[in-house]
Structures are given as C-alpha cells and as structure tokens.
Ligand binder design. Structure first.
Ligand SMILES: [Zn+2]
Length: 237
C-alpha cells in the first residue's frame, strides 16, 4: 500500500491528487464549501468548473443507484455505478459521502475506470466487474492494473447491522476477514477483491482517510440529509 497523494489547491478549493505517467487521479474535499451534489445548482456549477480547472474536454458521471452497472463512455447521465474509457482528456467520476470511490488505471495501454462501491456494490463485487470489463473490452491485464482507493467510511467508524456483517461473511471471499463485531472493513473487502484478481500489492494506492471521522470530507453517516457530496475522478492526460 503506497500513499503518495498530494494536496492540490485550485481557486481556493482543496483536492487530493495522484499523478501517473498517463493519468491524473483526483479526490475532492469539502474545504471552503466545494460540493458536488449534482442535483443542486451549486453542484452543477462546481461540475462545470472541472474542464477549466483540470484542462479536460468534459466530465462524465452517472445517476448512481448502488448497482453493478458499468458503462463505457456514457453519452448521457444514465443509471449506473461505474464508467470506463480509453479517451484522453475526458474526466470520469463518481459521487459519494461514505461509499468508496475506486479508480483503476492500466499503466501500459492507458485505459481507466472509476466505480462507486458502497456496502452494496462492495458486497456484489463491482470493482471486480470493473476490472474484468476493462480487461475484456479494452484489452488489459491484471498485472498492468493500478488501483487508487479514495476516502470512505472505514472500520474506525463504520458500524453496521449484524445482518449485513452476516451477508458479507456468507461470501467465500470475505468470510471471517472483514469485520470486528459490527464494524465493517470496506477497505479490506476491496483489498480482498484485488488479491483474488491478482493485482499486485505495490500497485494499490490507498489515500487512507475515513470520511466519517475526517471532517474535510462529506459524510452521510455524520451529516445525514445535510451532507454534500465528494467527487472522485480520473482522466487520461
Ligand atoms: Zn473513521
């Protein structure tokens, strides 16, 4: 696990970013009120700033529904929870306020993906599906994959029901490894998916921040309906 994220300030707003040879990975914060809740005027305005701020042509995002739907270059804002592309200078992103944003980059052929993996997406393995889709549709291999795990509800704070813990433990991949009593470890679930796929440990980069106990991020658990949305995105340079 390597954490080499850097703080990037744009127009007084704080982001965490990670630069690879081909791609730029970005996680937003809530510092100075930046909010990507896409159904609000403010959210739309901040989304519309991304092309200018990051020198991309456009930004693609979805109506997230906790599904396992992954779209390649969606032309519209449609239902789904993951996007993949190999187009340059197109930002693809997901919103969240506790759910895990995960970005996937193929180091060699320059293909990228992003998924929104809350408890449901994690239980159903949306990250695994995303990496398989990148491999099938865009001719990529697990050994070339780099993964970036963004801010999300972590085991320090993420208490869930025993029913949900049991749902996770009923999956062979997670059994006995992903909880301390009712504290669910989504980060470990994600690492277990990556391990099963053969993604190398040195290619996994975790920002290591929890949205619930770190107040520079939005958290639905902490702020309830008042919570704004974080935005995680990636683009090919
Ligand atoms: Zn925490």
């Amino acid at each position: 696990m390597i954490n080499d994220f850097k703080v990037k300030i744009v127009d007084n707003y704080k982001f965490y970013s990670f630069s690879t040879e081909k791609a730029e990975i970005v996680f937003s914060t809530n510092v100075n009120g930046i909010d990507f809740k896409k159904d609000t005027e403010e959210g739309k305005r901040f989304l519309s700033m991304i092309p200018k701020w990051f020198n991309v042509e456009k930004v693609l995002y979805l109506n997230q529904i906790h599904s396992n739907n992954i779209l390649r270059d969606p032309e519209d804002v449609v239902d789904g929870d993951g996007i993949i592309t190999n187009s340059k200078k197109i930002a693809i992103g997901v919103f969240g306020a506790d759910c895990t944003p995960i970005i996937v980059v193929n180091k060699n052929n320059g293909t990228i993906g992003v998924v929104h993996s809350g408890w449901k997406g994690t239980l159903n393995g949306i990250l695994t599906e995303c990496i398989q889709k990148i491999n099938n549709d865009l001719d990529s291999k697990e050994s070339e994959i780099e993964v970036f795990i963004g801010p999300h509800a972590r085991k320090c704070c993420y208490e869930v029901s025993y029913e949900l813990i049991n749902d996770f433990n009923s999956k062979e991949i997670y059994k006995g490894k992903i909880n301390d009593k009712r504290m669910l470890d989504l980060t470990e679930c994600i690492k277990l998916q990556l391990q099963a796929l053969g993604v190398k440990e040195e290619n996994i980069h975790d920002i290591g921040k929890c949205t619930i106990c770190n107040d520079e991020f939005y958290s639905y658990r902490r702020d309830k309906d008042l919570s704004g949305r974080n935005f995680a995105f990636v683009y090919l340079k």
